[in-house]
Ligand binder design. Structure first.
Ligand code: SF4
Length: 310
């Protein structure tokens, strides 16, 4: 996609890893460029209503992540050193997806797979060669290169990026990514270029388009307001904006990575959340989705207790 060199510079980390067991990437990739490590494949019904519908998605949770946020709710599988996840080829992953597709899921939801973009393109080619027309969703942190998103043109139907931060000091502190905002802005612009308008089916399911998510973090709602301002200035106002309140402090993280992040040791308040929702509406977004505050529980974190393990 970006180049064919044997070392990887595919994401903003540009870590020059050979993606092998002895030289894994900062994202945790150690399966070369042709395979992935997958933690879980499941029917998933907790996305936005126009994505989950009644039958849900066939969700693929990839192991590892190039962003590595301190507060990640899926830390068990996203940590680069995670022992969880099974090495699998695109062919074999398709075989595992087929039963869910036959059950009638509405779409195929690829969660946090940016570090496997090359192999994912091979997977989507196989999906289409089988005659499967389900929309393919790219569910990402937006810490990815615009060239990488360009390589997905014609393969991905729905982009579902989480635009996380504007302030570089926050993205540095929480994700060790001082350049997050610049990369995220460029990647999102490319997504919008490819899919400028949402397209819905007659029964209200999203078939194509961009849905921008934003997780409001306790103590950081002012940066969320800045995220909304930046989005209002750069994307069409009919772009669905999904503002999430589901952040749930995890005891294991409170005792380790979040030890000095007191704000992230609590849940979001209604005041913080409503401020962001109201701001999105005030800025003119016509399709703002909120979450019930009761969603801030662990049930919205997929159960990885029977995930694939190396
Ligand atoms: S995708 Fe992974 S291996 Fe490649 S540059 Fe990024 S962190 Fe390194």
């Amino acid at each position: 996609m970006i180049d064919n060199s044997s070392v990887c510079r595919d994401c903003p980390r540009e870590c020059n890893s050979s993606r092998t067991y002895n030289d894994p990437g900062m994202c945790g990739a150690r399966e070369g460029f042709t395979h992935f490590r997958v933690a879980k494949i499941m029917s998933h019904k907790w996305e936005e209503p126009f994505i989950s519908g009644t039958n849900g998605s066939a969700a693929v949770f990839f192991a590892g992540c190039q962003l590595g946020c301190l507060f990640c709710q899926n830390y068990k599988i996203s940590s680069p050193n995670s022992v969880f996840g099974k090495k699998i080829s695109p062919d074999d992953l398709l075989s595992e997806l087929l039963p869910l597709i036959k059950q009638g899921v509405h779409n195929i939801n690829l969660v946090s797979g940016s570090h496997y973009t090359r192999a994912i393109i091979d997977l989507i080619k196989l999906i289409r060669e089988k005659g499967i027309t389900s929309p393919v969703i790219w569910n990402s942190s937006l810490y990815e290169k615009s060239e990488s998103i360009k390589s997905l043109e014609g393969f991905v139907d729905i982009y579902l990026p989480d635009f996380k931060f504007v302030d570089s000091s926050i993205s540095t502190k929480l994700s060790n990514a001082p350049d997050y905002f610049n990369y995220a802005s460029s990647a999102l612009a490319e997504m919008i270029r490819q899919k400028p308008m949402p397209v819905f089916s007659e029964d209200g399911l999203l078939l194509s388009g961009v849905v921008i998510r934003h997780l409001v973090l306790p103590g950081y709602y002012r940066d969320s307001i800045r995220v909304i301002d930046k989005l209002a200035a750069t994307v069409p106002l009919n772009t669905p904006i999904s503002i999430m309140s589901q952040y749930t402090p995890v005891q294991e993280l409170i005792e380790t990575k979040l030890k000095f992040e007191k704000q992230l040791q609590r849940r979001l308040t209604t005041y913080e959340y409503n401020k962001v929702i109201e701001h999105a509406i005030d800025r003119g977004f016509s399709h703002v989705l909120g979450q019930e505050r009761s969603s801030a529980t662990a049930i919205y974190t997929p159960d990885f207790s029977n995930f694939n393990q190396n």
